[in-house]
Ligand binder design. Structure first.
Ligand SMILES: [Zn+2]
Ligand SMILES: [Zn+2]
Length: 146
């Protein structure tokens, strides 16, 4: 089930920015929030179509841009310029292992790394906004194929 909090955040953002209040945006939010993982816009659109067969690619694309601006989704750049969306709201900080062969993204707990990055930032009087710890490499499946 989609949490009412996320629906409210999106509805508030749409109202504050005087955007058109289309049901497609909430359909896309519904599918996105209920799908745990990292999705390219194409993958996400496939999921949206399963539940809402009339959805068009451009409406999914535009909806995700609004959902991202409302602070509910974050973009992670994958391999070959393909970016993927993941949940941002109430999603704990984590690092990513990105496979350069198949594009798979694995999450790991990066709380220790963030602690260290905070120390480093403080030492430089630097105010961090977003922490990242991305590692590129080759996933287990792709290692077997080599
Ligand atoms: Zn792989
Ligand atoms: Zn992630």
């Amino acid at each position: 089930m989609m949490s009412q909090e996320e629906v409210k955040i999106l509805a508030d953002y749409i109202a504050e920015n005087a955007l058109r209040n289309t049901h497609q945006r909430f359909d896309v939010l519904d599918v996105f929030i209920n799908s745990e993982g990292h999705f390219s816009i194409e993958e996400l659109h496939e999921l949206v179509k399963k539940k809402y067969p009339k959805a068009s690619f451009s409406s999914t694309f535009r909806a995700m841009q609004v959902i991202e601006k409302a602070g509910l989704a974050a973009r992670i750049s994958g391999v070959d310029g393909v970016f993927r969306f993941e949940h941002l709201y109430k999603h704990q900080n984590h690092g990513h292992l990105v496979c350069t062969q198949c594009g798979q993204i694995i999450e790991y707990d990066n709380s220790k790394i963030i602690k260290l990055q905070k120390k480093i930032a403080a030492a430089h009087h630097f105010e961090p906004i977003r922490f990242g710890a991305k590692v590129r490499g080759i996933c287990r499946n792709c290692q077997v194929k080599r």
